[in-house]
Structure formats: C-alpha cells, structure tokens
Design a protein around this ligand. Structure first.
Ligand code: ARG
Length: 459
C-alpha cells in the first residue's frame, strides 16, 4: 500500500507507478533506513509519542528486519512498494500491527531519505578510503620491488629525462593521497544529520535533534531545515572525489598501457588481468587497464548529470532529487571497482629492466646534463641550451648517443668541453644529481619510500 492514499480516489497508472517508484535502486538504503528508523523511534519516546515499551517492540522488530535484510538484500526487490521507506514501514506494520503506524509521526520521507543517503555515504566513504589506501600500498610494494629500475621520463610523450620506476609509482601514491584527504574532507562536511527537519519546515515535535544526530553516529545536527532536506552537496562532492580520482586512475592506466606496448616493452601484465583476441592468437590485451580508463568517462558523466539535475531546483525537496541515487551508486561502485582492479594489475606486474634501461639511455635524455655541464664551465644557460641543441642534431645525424661522441666531435660546438664531461653524461650522474627534495636521486627515492611507508602505516 502507498504511504499517501487518503487524498486519492484513483489508483496510479501502472506506467506512472513504474516511472515513479525508486525501490529497484533505493533498496540499497535498506540498512540505513532501518537504522535511521530505530533512532527516530528513540526520539519519539523523548517527546511522549511512544512509550518505552512500544519503542522496544518497534526496535526489536526493526532489528530483526535488519538482520533479514543483511542476509538477503535482494528479497526487497520482489515487493511492489514505492520506495525503501514505504517498504520498511510496510514490513514493520506487517510485523507489529498498528504500532508500526506510529513510527512516521513527525517525520517526512524528505528528511528520512536525506538521512539515509548520508548514512550510506558515510559507510561507503569508509570502504573507499580503505580501497584508496590498499592501492597506495600496492603501488608502494611495486615501487620497492623495482626501486633501482631506471625508467625513461616523458614530457609530450617524448623521452625527456630518466627517472625510476619507484619514482613513477610514488607519483600515483601522491595523487591517491590527495584523493584520500579530499574524501575525508567531504565525509567530514557531510557528517551533520538532517533527521528531524520534517518535510521542509522542521518537525512539529520538540525532538532533541543533537542527541538524535549523535545517536545515529553523526557529529551533530544540520542547522536549517529547508537546506537540510534539499541539500545534495555531499552527493556532488563524493562524485567530485570519484571523478578526480578516476582521472588519476585513468592516467595510471594509460601509462601502463603504453609501457605494456610491444614498442615500449617496459612491463608485462599478468595473464590474470589481460584477455585475448578472438581472431589474432598472438594478442594479449590490457583490458583491465582500458576499462579503468574508459570508466573514468562514465563517472565524470554521472557527476555532470547530477550537477545539471540540481542546478535550477527551487527550495526545498523536489522529486527530481530522486535522480541522485543511481548516478551516485554507479559512480562510487565504479570507483571502488577500479581502485581494486588497479591494485590487482600491480600485484603481478613484471618490469623489464633491460628495456627500460635501454630506453632511458636512448633518446638523448641526458641533454640537460650536458647543458648544466656547460653552465658549470661559465656559459649562460640559454647559450648552453642552444649549443646542446646543435650537438644533439649532430649526434642524431651520426647515429650516436651524446656520451659516444668523441671529445673532438663535442668540441665543435663548444671549446670548453673536456674529458670530465663523460661521467656527467652517465645515467648514474643524471639521477644522482637530483638530490633536492622530490627529485630522483637514489637517496631521495629511498627517503620518499620510507616517508610514505611510515605515513601509510599510521592510519
Ligand atoms: N524516493 C524519494 C527520493 O528518493 C524519497 C522521498 C520522497 N519524498 C516525497 N516527498 N515524495 O527522493
């Protein structure tokens, strides 16, 4: 039975009912709806609507329902209830009779759904924090396992300067660190409870909303009832967190897809996260990574959709807001799955040290070193840059790396070049010189690994 039949003499058109009902997706809020209802029943004792005995009977029935729902959430879907709030209330009335009809006193589905969704966001947020942390650990493990592996660093997808595999992996740990704190920040901001705001103007019962909020695990109660029932900032904020993190995961995926190409051959992905071609027997495709990259678009799309849904909504609640759930659920589920899949990809990744080293040594990635060498000999940097540019053109023409040019060849472009140039052009020197914080010198990398390990261990 619908919660609102009294005013109506005609039944809803079945097509409208199907269009309007949200149970098929908001059944995922069952746990939160029950927990919120338990909290509300306790608040109703305080204002004399329920006796202690009545509240205890309601709570016992709600707890039993919670256990059933936890064991089998899918059972809800066989009901034709309008939404999860109607379903829970219907179940309660079926179990405790007329007493169940008292529960909705002073409450509206508007403050109820806002509360349920925030409770769900809080729980899901914790799971996502754990997943981000888990992926950071996986990256850290891969970094440690390949600490001394030299990797070409790119700008414009042109080999630029050598870095190390650990440095590359730590770059993603940093991005995820920001994702982690952004999510924590969003979770802290949404941690105020809207229950007791009624439909829009506040409940007509003198509920102690602060006590109710604390009872439900919130940090406090929201301050304005109009805002409380129509605020979906937290939905958008969590989708922002998801979108930006998915952009990071997509870049991670793209890097590895490139590293895994036959042309680069820097890494080999495990059979566990790749798939074959139905036609070409030689193929081993990086599907896990491509899907991560692809799904980033879907998450950003869901976020954009929600912004558009909310942009012109007048205060307070409007049914448009029911559109918040599918996009949010999908975005957070997708984010969760992609974090997990990225960690799985890293578990068995094999880095081909010979290939990364050869690539790092080629491509004139030590040209900046030669420029710095000239600077040390008193040549202004801009001039040094030009000299090295000409030297590189020559080196390409004769098909040699810079360090293979003879002194005579090098001196054509600058007479200050001497024998001491060769150690400067070595890979060890290129890496070793970058000792400033955040650079690729081995002691910096090991300090960064140490700092991040300790940091992650603290949570
Ligand atoms: N299913 C609705 C939603 O998700 C619940 C709130 C309904 N409120 C109302 N006044 N019709 O937004």
């Amino acid at each position: 039975m619908a919660l609102w039949g009294g005013r109506f003499s005609q039944a809803a058109d079945t097509r409208f009912k199907q269009f309007n009902d949200s149970l098929r997706f908001d059944y995922r809020l069952a746990e939160q709806d029950i927990v919120g209802s338990v909290g509300w029943s306790r608040a109703l004792v305080q204002v004399g609507i329920l006796s202690v005995d009545e509240q205890q009977r309601l709570e016992a029935a709600l707890q039993a329902l919670l256990a059933e729902v936890q064991a089998n959430p899918q059972q809800i879907l066989s009901s034709d209830a309008e939404d999860i709030h109607s379903w829970v209330e219907g179940q309660l009335i079926a179990r405790v009779g007329d007493l169940g009809k008292k529960l909705h006193t002073g409450r509206s589905r508007n403050d109820q759904v806002a509360t349920d969704l925030k409770l769900w966001c809080k729980a899901q947020g914790q799971l996502l924090l754990q997943s981000i942390h888990h992926l950071q650990q996986a990256l850290l493990a891969a970094a440690k396992a390949n600490e001394s592996v030299v990797l070409p660093g790119y700008t414009h997808l042109q080999r630029a300067q050598p870095v190390t595999f650990a440095h590359w992996a730590l770059a993603y740990v940093e991005m995820l660190e920001r994702d982690f704190s952004r999510l924590q920040d969003a979770l802290a901001r949404l941690n105020l409870c809207p229950l007791g705001c009624g439909a829009l103007a506040g409940t007509a019962y003198a509920i102690d909303r602060e006590a109710l909020a604390l009872d439900l695990g919130f940090a406090g109660a929201t301050r304005n009832s109009l805002d409380s029932v129509s605020d979906r900032d937290h939905v958008i904020e969590l989708m922002n967190c998801a979108s930006l993190s998915m952009v990071h995961l997509s870049r991670f995926a793209e890097d590895l897809i490139f590293f895994n190409t036959g042309e680069a051959g820097f890494v080999e992905l495990s059979d566990k996260v790749t798939s074959g071609s139905s036609l070409m027997p030689q193929k081993k495709n990086p599907d896990a990574l491509e899907l991560i990259r692809g799904k980033a678009g879907r998450v950003v799309g869901a976020q954009t959709g929600m912004l558009m849904t909310l942009k012109a909504l007048p205060l307070a609640y409007n049914k448009d807001m029911q559109e918040d759930k599918e996009g949010l659920f999908d975005a957070l589920d997708t984010w969760y799955d992609c974090l997990d899949m990225a960690a799985l990809v890293l578990e068995d990744i094999r880095v081909n040290q010979a290939r990364t080293l050869a690539a790092a040594q080629g491509g004139y990635a030590n040209a900046t070193e030669l420029a710095d060498y000239l600077v040390a000999k008193g040549i202004p940097f801009r001039e040094a840059h030009h000299i090295v540019g000409e030297t590189v053109v020559f080196a390409i023409k004769v098909g040699k790396p810079l360090e293979a040019l003879s002194l005579v060849e090098l001196q054509q472009f600058s007479p200050v070049v001497a024998d001491d140039v060769y150690p400067v052009l070595s890979l060890e020197s290129t890496l070793g010189k970058r000792v400033a914080k955040g650079g690729v010198a081995p002691q910096q990398i090991s300090a960064a690994l140490g700092w991040m390990s300790a940091h992650l261990a603290k949570r």
